[in-house]
Design a protein around this ligand. Structure first.
Ligand code: ADP
Ligand code: MG
Length: 223
């Protein structure tokens, strides 16, 4: 099976001197295409830090990051942006949609930035939104959508450019239990449909149990 993500010896310390916090200490992790992995660990164990580094949103102090089989650790900002746009979808705990744009525009825009034409981008966006039950909400702005609907749009946006890897940071952590259940089910459905590899941080053992396997952050390492 081909790898969508490989982290080798990834280390990260915040601050310095007496107040330095070592968050990651030579963490290793590999995710194959089509595999959905839960990232567990208590609050403060470094889940967000690891996801941001894997998502090329933050830099590691040391270690190697391979996405889709290519080493991306040495890329400059421009290269990182290009690799992120092409290869990685990211879902945050809070939706981070653009407030001035409609749901469908939020899913179209990353595709336009990657050079996809307006027509195929619109078609892809409408298909994704329909697949999470939002066909009737495509023209609404984020403020006109419920929390669960906003998060469903954010999931569609993350998948818009057909990345090989999906990273999600407690994607249903802000939702009530019932909404969380259904949104999480849709996320797993989307990821399986698209055949992606995924790393999804969650506090919830029940949600973790629905993924293919669980890895846990402890003492800065993946165990
Ligand atoms: P988790 O997502 O598992 O709750 P985080 O990755 O957010 O953990 O945080 C891990 C540790 O790193 C925490 O102790 C947190 O306070 C610290 N931390 C996270 N981001 C920063 C930052 N930008 N500056 C300093 N410390 C940080
Ligand atoms: Mg976190």
């Amino acid at each position: 099976m081909s790898e969508v993500l490989r982290l080798s010896g990834v280390s990260k310390t915040y601050g310095g001197g007496e107040t330095a916090i070592e968050v990651l200490n030579e963490a290793d992790l590999t995710i194959d295409r089509g595999e959905i992995v839960a990232l567990a660990g208590p609050s403060g164990s470094g889940k967000s830090t690891l996801l941001h580094i894997a998502g090329l949103l933050d830099n590691a102090d040391a270690g190697r990051i391979e996405v889709g089989g290519s080493d991306v650790s040495g890329l400059d900002d421009r290269g990182r942006t290009a690799a992120r746009r092409a290869e990685i979808g990211f879902v945050y705990q809070f939706h981070h949609l653009l407030p001035e744009f409609s749901a469908v525009e939020n899913v179209v825009l990353p595709q336009l930035a990657s050079g996809v034409g307006a027509k195929p981008a619109g078609k892809r966006a409408e298909e994704l939104l329909a697949s999470v039950g939002l066909a009737g909400r495509a023209g609404h702005r984020p403020a006109e959508l419920s929390g669960g609907e906003q998060q469903r749009v954010a999931m569609c946006r993350a998948l818009a450019n057909r990345p090989g890897l999906l990273l999600a940071d407690e994607p249903t952590g802000n939702l009530d239990v019932e909404t969380s259940e259904s949104v999480f089910e849709m996320l797993l459905g989307l990821v399986r449909n698209e055949g992606l590899g995924a790393l999804i941080a969650t506090h919830n053992p029940e949600l973790a149990g629905r993924m293919d396997r669980t890895v846990t952050l402890s003492g800065g390492k993946i165990v």
